[in-house]
Design a protein around this ligand. Structure first.
Ligand SMILES: Nc1ncnc2c1ncn2[C@@H]1O[C@H](COP(=O)(O)OP(=O)(O)OP(=O)(O)O)[C@@H](O)[C@H]1O
Length: 227
C-alpha cells in the first residue's frame, strides 16, 4: 500500500521540440499518509497525478504501486492494477444522475464481480465514514455540492485501493465545505491506510496533510515534513 516515483521524467511534443512536464521527480508516499502537492498553474501537478495513476507512461523513471513496478506491465495489466489498487477523485464528482448515493458505490463493486450483499455492506460502511449514512437513498440532485464530493470520495475507496489520487477536490466548494472535505480525506487516509496524493491550489489545506511537496517547472522542489 504505497506509491513510489523514482526519477520520473515526462515530456510532451512541443512543435519541433519537447516540453518537459516532469523533470526527474522522486516522491514516496507511505501507507496511511497524505502528501499535498502544490505549485503554480502549468507546473506539472496534473501530469504527476496522471503518471502516478498509470494513465500516462513516463519517458524514464519508475512508478511503483504497492511494490509493483508498473513499467513492466502490459496495457491490460495496468488497467487491472488501476481498477484494483488506485482510487481517483477528480474535481467534479461526475455522479450518475439516475443512481442513489449507495448505488453509485455498488456499481463499482458489480464491475469488480463482488456479491451484491457484500457490496451493499461496504457501500453503507463507506457512506457512514463520509457522514452520509442518512443520504444513502438520495439521488445526486438532492445532495449538496459537498455531499456529492463525499460520495465521489467514498466511491473511489469502494475497491479498497492502496493508492488514492485526488485532484483539486474542493474547487467547486466554498471554504468551509472545502476544508471539511480535506479533513475527511486525511481521516480516511489513516483509516483505510491509503497512500494519498492531494493536488490543491489552496494553502489552507496543507495543515491537514502529513507532507507538502511543491512542483515548479516540473521539478519537485521541497517536501516539508509534518510541522
Ligand atoms: N497533453 C499535453 N500535451 C502537451 N503539453 C501538455 C499536455 N498536458 C500538459 N501539458 C503541458 O505540461 C506542463 C504541465 O502541465 P500540467 O497540466 O501537468 O500542470 P498543472 O500544474 O496541473 O497545471 P494546472 O494547475 O493549471 O492544472 C504545462 O506546460 C502544460 O502546458
Amino acid at each position: 500500500m504505497s506509491l513510489r516515483l523514482t526519477e520520473v521524467t515526462l515530456t510532451y511534443p512541443d512543435g519541433e521540440a519537447r516540453l518537459t512536464a516532469l523533470d526527474r521527480v522522486t516522491l514516496h508516499v507511505p501507507p496511511g499518509e497524505m502528501t499535498a502537492v502544490v505549485g503554480p498553474s502549468g507546473s506539472g501537478k496534473s501530469s504527476l497525478l496522471a503518471v502516478a495513476a498509470t494513465l500516462v507512461a513516463p519517458d524514464s523513471g519508475a512508478v511503483v504501486i504497492d511494490g509493483t513496478d508498473t513499467g513492466g506491465l502490459t496495457g491490460g495489466e495496468r488497467a487491472e492494477l488501476r481498477r484494483r489498487r488506485i482510487g481517483i477523485v477528480f474535481q467534479q464528482a461526475n455522479l450518475l444522475p439516475s443512481l442513489t448515493a449507495a448505488e453509485q458505490l455498488q456499481v463499482m463493486a458489480r464491475i469488480d464481480g463482488r456479491p451484491p450483499a457484500a457490496a451493499r455492506e461496504r457501500a453503507m460502511d463507506l457512506l457512514d465514514a463520509v457522514g452520509l449514512a442518512g443520504e444513502a437513498g438520495r439521488r445526486p440532485h438532492l445532495l449538496s455540492g459537498g455531499q456529492r464530493q463525499r460520495v465521489n470520495i467514498a466511491r473511489a475507496l469502494m475497491n479498497d485501493p492502496g493508492v488514492l489520487l485526488v485532484d483539486e477536490p474542493t474547487s467547486a466548494l466554498d471554504r468551509d465545505r472545502g476544508a471539511a472535505v480535506v479533513d475527511l480525506l486525511a481521516r480516511l487516509t489513516r483509516r483505510q491506510g491509503t497512500a494519498t496524493v492531494l493536488v490543491t491550489h489552496d494553502h489552507a489545506h496543507l495543515a491537514a496533510a502529513d507532507r507538502t511537496a511543491e512542483v515548479r517547472d516540473g521539478r519537485l522542489r521541497t517536501v516539508t515534513p509534518p510541522a
